[in-house]
Design a protein around this ligand. Structure first.
Ligand code: FE
Ligand code: FE
Ligand code: ZN
Ligand code: FE
Length: 196
């Protein structure tokens, strides 16, 4: 039962909202601001996107040729589940109910990935090259989103939320780098030897 919560003596009302406790700066974030509304809408969008990705990743894993890429997709599926609960924490920090709102971008990106599976030949490295590119487009969308959310949270004086977004941002960058190294060692060169 090791809990490390050491709150200051100030009587903390449980309002479901929390401004970064450690920040010495006055938060510029006010409840009901347009920026806060935009933040919440952005969280709903990426919440939908991450959930949608948990359905797409198993298909991509199944379609991949190399065991390395299958593993990478499997790993990222588990990480994505963690990211979903992190988003639920974010809603909680803002005193909002976790709610998903359709992300047209993620829908499109995963449709492209499914198209690639149809258009490439099963068991080829060319399919893996194409899947890696599709997955990297997803990662880049997520990197842009979490990078923005992190910065926004900082602007609003919510350092706790900013750190939470940064954790996911780091994971998305790692996933992107992992995909790059798979392509470089040596999926791309193996694909280059495949005849049409
Ligand atoms: Fe993600
Ligand atoms: Fe979106
Ligand atoms: Zn993208
Ligand atoms: Fe990701």
């Amino acid at each position: 039962m090791a809990t490390t919560k050491s709150k200051s003596s100030a009587p903390a009302k449980k309002t479901g909202r929390s401004f970064a406790g450690k920040s010495t700066q006055q938060p510029t974030f006010s409840e009901g601001s347009m920026l806060e509304e935009f933040m919440v809408e952005s969280l709903k969008d990426i919440y939908w996107a991450e959930k949608h990705l948990t359905k797409a990743l198993p298909k991509m894993q199944k379609a991949a040729t190399s065991p390395q890429l299958k593993d990478a997709f499997g790993q990222h599926l588990e990480i994505t589940k963690t990211q979903i609960s992190r988003l639920e924490q974010a809603f909680e920090m803002l005193g909002k109910k976790a709610q998903a709102k359709k992300c047209d971008a993620m829908e499109g990106l995963t449709k492209e990935a499914e198209g690639i599976i149809e258009e490439t030949e099963k068991g080829t490295m060319t399919r893996d090259v194409a899947l890696i590119m599709a997955a990297q487009k997803v990662e880049h969308y997520e990197i842009a989103t979490y990078g923005g959310l992190k910065q926004l949270a900082t602007t609003m004086g919510n350092q706790e939320l900013s750190s939470l977004m940064d954790e996911t941002l780091t994971e998305e960058k790692e996933a992107d780098q992992m995909l790059t190294s798979l392509a470089e060692n040596n999926i791309n060169t193996e694909a280059a030897e495949e005849e049409a």
